[in-house]
Design a binder for this molecule. Structure first.
Ligand code: ARG
Ligand code: ZN
Length: 452
C-alpha cells in the first residue's frame, strides 16, 4: 500500500480504542492542533478525516474554507496525522501538546474543608476563581432565594434524564406601576456540557443582580431576569467526573418505543460497534426546522457529537426550558444563550443562510453590545449570522426562541477564547470574561428595554 493509503487506513482503523464508560477518560498525550486549510481540496481532505469518526480524531470546529480548524488527536495518531498534513500541504500548529496537563491545571482544587469554610463565612461556596459542580451552583441559587426573598426566586423547570432538578433563578423587584409583569431578559448557559465558562458567567451575572442589587436599581426597575445557569446538568456533571470534553446530554434512546424496529436495530448495532453513543446534542434538539440541515450542522447518527435526537424535544432538558419560555414568552424581550468558544455574538438564523427581515436591527444592537464588551479588557468579538460566521445548524435554541417563541432579540454568544485553551479556559479567566460580557448584556438591556 502507498504511504498515504496506510496512514488513512490507520486513522480510520482506530475505532478499536473504545473508551470504557465506567472509568474517567484520560487525555494524556492528546494534542490540540490548529489546522490552516487554504484550498477547497484541503477542506475536503479534512472533512474526509472527520467522517472517519475515530475516537482519536475529534474536531472542535468544523473544517471550512478560509477558516482555521481545531482538532484533538489521540497519542497513537499524532505522528501519522502530522505526516498526513505535511503530505497534503496543510499547515498546522500544536496549540496544546498534552490536553490532560491542561485539564489538570484548568480548575484549582478545593478541599472539603475549604468549601465548608466558605459556606460558613459566605453562606455558599461560589468563588468565580474556579468552576463549580452542579450541586454547588444549585445551592448558591437556593441561598440567594432564602437571603433575598424579595427579589430572587428559584424555579424548578423539570428534571434531567438522570433525574436531576433543572433549576433557574428569576430575579424581579415585582410588577410595574400598573401591576403588570415587566419585560424580561432570559439568559441560559450549559446547554453544552464542556462549555464551563458559560455557566460560570451566568452565575456571576446572578451574583451582580442579586447581591449587588442596590447598584443595579434602575436596571431592576425596568427589567426582570430569568437565568438558567446549567441547562444540561447530567452532561455538566459527566464533564466533571467522566469525560472533561463531553458535549451532549446523557440520555439513551436505543430502546425508545416510538422508534421503528429497524432504527432500533441499527442503533443497537452502531452502539455495539462504537461502544459509546449516549446523549443528544441539546442545541440540535429544539423544534424549529429540526433535523433539516444534515451537512455538518446536525446529525441523525446517535454516535455523533451533533446528534439531533430521535425527534425534536426528545430531551427532558430542552423540553423543560422551552415550556417555561413559551409560558412566559409575552414578557421575554431578549433571549441569550451562552456557549464557548470563539468570541462571537451570533444573530439568527442558523438553519438557513437567509437573514431574518429584522436582521439589521439585531446586528446593530449586537454591535453596540460588543463595543461595550471590548471596552472592558480589549477583547474582540465578531457579530454576524450564525450560518455564515460559524456553520449551518438546525434545531438550535436561538432559532427556536426567535422562530417559535417569537422573541425578537435572540442571540448565541460564543465566549472566550479563540482557541488558545478552547473549552479548557483556565478558571483565572472567569472574572474577566464575566465582567466584559456583563457590560455587553447591560448595553442590550438598556437598548432593548429602556430605550436609552
Ligand atoms: N456552537 C453552537 C453550536 O454548535 C452554535 C450555535 C449557533 N446557533 C445557531 N443557530 N447556529 O451549537
Ligand atoms: Zn456550545
Amino acid at each position: 500500500a502507498s504511504g498515504i493509503g496506510s496512514i488513512v487506513t490507520s486513522i480510520i482503523g482506530t475505532e478499536k480504542n473504545f473508551r470504557s464508560r465506567s472509568s474517567r477518560v484520560s487525555y494524556k498525550n492528546h494534542q490540540l492542533i490548529r489546522l490552516y486549510p487554504n484550498s477547497q481540496e484541503h477542506v475536503n481532505d479534512l472533512k474526509e478525516l472527520e467522517k472517519s469518526e475515530s475516537e482519536d480524531v475529534k474536531f472542535w470546529t468544523e473544517p471550512m474554507y478560509n477558516r482555521t480548524t481545531d482538532v484533538v488527536i489521540g497519542p497513537d495518531l499524532v505522528s501519522d496525522l502530522k505526516a498526513f498534513l505535511r503530505y497534503k500541504g496543510i499547515d498546522f500548529k500544536v496549540l496544546i501538546p498534552d490536553l490532560q496537563k491542561t485539564i489538570a491545571h484548568q480548575n484549582p482544587k478545593m478541599t472539603k474543608e475549604q468549601r465548608d469554610d466558605l459556606v460558613t463565612t459566605n453562606g455558599h461556596s461560589m468563588t468565580w476563581k474556579r468552576y463549580h459542580r452542579y450541586g454547588e451552583i444549585v445551592k448558591y441559587l437556593e441561598y440567594l432565594a432564602l437571603r433575598y426573598p424579595n427579589i430572587a426566586e428559584v424555579i424548578t423547570l423539570g428534571h434531567s434524564y438522570e433525574g436531576q432538578p433543572i433549576k433557574m433563578i428569576k430575579i424581579s423587584t415585582g410588577t410595574n406601576k400598573d401591576g403588570e409583569a415587566k419585560p424580561a431578559i432570559w439568559i441560559d448557559a450549559g446547554i453544552h456540557a464542556r462549555e464551563w465558562i458559560g455557566s460560570a458567567v451566568a452565575t456571576y451575572i446572578v451574583s451582580q443582580l442579586v447581591e449587588k442589587n442596590s447598584s443595579y436599581a434602575k436596571l431592576l426597575d425596568n427589567t426582570d431576569w430569568m437565568i438558567l445557569p446549567v441547562v444540561n446538568p447530567d452532561g455538566y456533571e459527566f464533564s466533571h467526573t467522566g469525560d472533561r470534553l463531553w458535549r451532549k446530554t446523557r440520555s439513551n434512546h436505543a430502546d425508545d418505543e416510538d422508534d421503528s424496529r429497524f432504527l432500533q436495530l441499527v442503533n443497537r448495532y452502531t452502539r455495539w460497534l462504537w461502544g459509546k453513543c449516549e446523549g443528544v446534542d441539546p442545541n440540535r434538539n429544539f423544534d424549529y426546522h429540526w433535523g433539516e440541515v444534515e451537512e455538518g450542522g446536525a446529525s441523525l447518527d446517535p454516535c455523533h457529537e451533533t446528534y439531533a435526537g430521535p425527534r425534536a424535544f426528545s430531551e427532558p432538558e430542552t423540553k423543560a426550558m422551552a415550556d417555561y419560555i413559551l409560558a412566559n414568552k409575552q414578557n421575554i424581550r431578549v433571549y441569550l444563550t451562552l456557549h464557548s468558544y470563539s468570541q462571537m455574538w451570533l444573530v439568527p438564523w442558523g438553519y438557513t443562510d437567509t437573514k431574518p427581515s429584522d436582521y439589521s436591527e439585531l446586528a446593530s444592537v449586537a454591535k453596540k453590545a460588543i463595543g461595550a464588551v471590548t471596552k472592558i479588557h480589549g477583547t474582540d468579538y465578531q457579530v454576524g449570522p450564525s450560518a455564515d460566521l460559524l456553520y449551518p445548524t438546525s434545531g438550535a435554541s436561538d432559532d427556536w426562541a426567535k422562530g417559535v417563541a417569537g422573541i425578537k432579540y435572540a442571540y448565541t454568544v460564543e465566549l472566550r477564547d479563540r482557541g488558545r485553551y478552547g473549552f479548557l479556559l483556565p478558571a483565572s479567566q472567569i472574572v474577566p470574561t464575566a465582567r466584559e460580557i456583563w457590560a455587553g448584556i447591560k448595553t442590550i438591556a438598556r437598548l432593548v428595554i429602556c430605550n436609552t
